[in-house]
Design a protein around this ligand. Sequence first.
Ligand SMILES: Cc1cc2nc3c(=O)[nH]c(=O)nc-3n(C[C@H](O)[C@H](O)[C@H](O)COP(=O)(O)OP(=O)(O)OC[C@H]3O[C@@H](n4cnc5c(N)ncnc54)[C@H](O)[C@@H]3O)c2cc1C
Length: 238
Amino acid sequence: MAKIIAEMAIDTVTMELPDTKTLKLAWPEGYTVDFKTGQFITVYWPDTPGYKRAYSLSSCAMDQGFFEVTVKRDGKMGTRIVDWAKAGDKLGVLPPAGKFLPVLEPDKHLVCIAGGSGVTPFRGFVRDATRRKLATRITILYSVRTTADIIFNAEFRQLEQENPNFKFHVTCTRLGAEDPWPGRRGRIDADWVRSQIGDVANTVFYACGPNALVENTHDLVVKELGIPKTQMLLEKWG
Ligand SMILES: Cc1cc2nc3c(=O)[nH]c(=O)nc-3n(C[C@H](O)[C@H](O)[C@H](O)COP(=O)(O)OP(=O)(O)OC[C@H]3O[C@@H](n4cnc5c(N)ncnc54)[C@H](O)[C@@H]3O)c2cc1C
């Protein structure tokens, strides 16, 4: 396995939301890497090689020849990428790393809990399972402020059509009472998570995003619902 730092050109940029951008980074000629769905890459701008930040892959291991990452305008690196990164720019990329990996076994149910931009690696999970027509059940429980903040909404709805084992559930925390949204409102709570669980022994829980959200979700699953810690994987962004 090549453990090389490569400069990758941005092939395309896609604005998912006004503050959220997906970069498609083309692997350079001869680049090979052994990596897994759910891992993150670390990137830097060539003019500031000392300033490196991690981004979860929003693409999956079936995607060869490029990496996709989906970045929210937040902090120095997040702002530079969302406001300035354009096709043709180059970024330094460290090879994928990390252990936030989907257990894509046929009898498993992955309950993936996210808020805001924390949904990015779950796109990779679902894309991988759908492309390979896996029997693994995947349920995303996604908390956003309003319907305007749902990243990958159309794509997840399309994946739901393609994959009978995938469900995408959204809850909105700050919608006005007059908003016609027919879906769930309020924060992710123990009752909502509990209502998704069938065979608890074969359920694996995932939480990803800013530390506070991940820690709250851990407490909800492990302390409130009494799920063993070993059935939960966490990815803290800081
Ligand atoms: C494994 C991993 C995966 C990640 N995946 C993703 C991903 O897929 N998508 C994504 O968008 N991010 C992801 N992140 C977060 C990402 O690495 C960056 O931390 C993020 O883009 C913010 O950039 P920064 O660190 O340069 O921000 P910094 O400038 O260091 O700021 C960090 C935080 O402090 C706040 N802050 C900065 N300056 C001030 C100030 N003066 N006053 C108050 N608050 C301030 C910022 O708003 C930000 O929330 C991931 C992190 C990790 C560890």
